[in-house]
Ligand binder design. Sequence first.
Ligand SMILES: [Fe+2]
Ligand SMILES: [Fe+2]
Length: 325
Amino acid sequence: MTTPADLAPVEPELSEAEKQFNDLIAADSRIEPRDWMPESYRKSLIRQISQHAHSEIIGMQPEANWITRAPSLKRKAILMAKVQDEAGHGLYLYSAAQTLGISREEMTDQLIAGKAKYSSIFNYPTPTWADMGAIGWLVDGAAICNQVPLCRASYGPYGRAMVRICKEESFHQRQGFEILLELMQGTPAQREMAQDAVNRWYWPSLMMFGPPDDESPNSAQSMAWKIKRFSNDELRQRFIGMLIPQAEVLGVTLPDPKLRWNEEKGAYDMSDIDWDEFHEVLAGRGPTNSQRLQRRREAHEEGAWVREAAAEYARKQAAARAEVA
Ligand SMILES: [Fe+2]
Ligand SMILES: [Fe+2]
């Protein structure tokens, strides 16, 4: 039964723990799992880190689609390594989220039940080999722009996971760039395939930075907590600035006729992003949403025996240790 005495007291003054938390944030220090933190900070991080982990895991699918059909042994080896890296990113991030008090099972259940969000970019299909290039160049490129500032996120385990992830992402981006470069130096049909992939991935990659700043409800709080360091629009602009010289080297055209530097604004002018499409995909109505989740569910069920075997092995080891002790 809830009595008035059970209700959280409304304290006019900050508690000692709260002051300490605020001081750590103000000093650009790190919050560690042992530290007190506001419930809203914990919840917000669980949401962000678990969504990020799910994105890494679901993100393996569009590229795994091409492992068996990569055009050479070298390309196959590189693509396999890249897809494995993404699995590793998922693992670091699930582990970071676990330090906040949510279990791996709970996060997995949320994902396979379709209750958790993940980056909508992975709900687009990969019909040609050039998609491997465009994903590496644009999707991993956007991920780097988003994630490099997260290396300084105020929550220690998240920031540290991001340092390692970003090193691997920069390799991913370069391998994508190199696939496109090779195609662009190939036959007219190869050049056309590369340009077509860039046309299809360019806009979704810009959407990866999230809604415009004036429609991004969680951003201000996230920046005050120093989880996020730059706004969605700032990061999107930075990404475009990175792409333009690289597109020139590749010889591809970014599919936006309005794209140009505006000296007065100190920013790029660009066409409007189709946010209706973004919201449709986010709401689960993208081209491959149901396929991605279905595959994830199957993989989880097919892996049940591995989890059981690992748990049984751990139990036997613990029993053996207890006997020795
Ligand atoms: Fe990744
Ligand atoms: Fe990646």
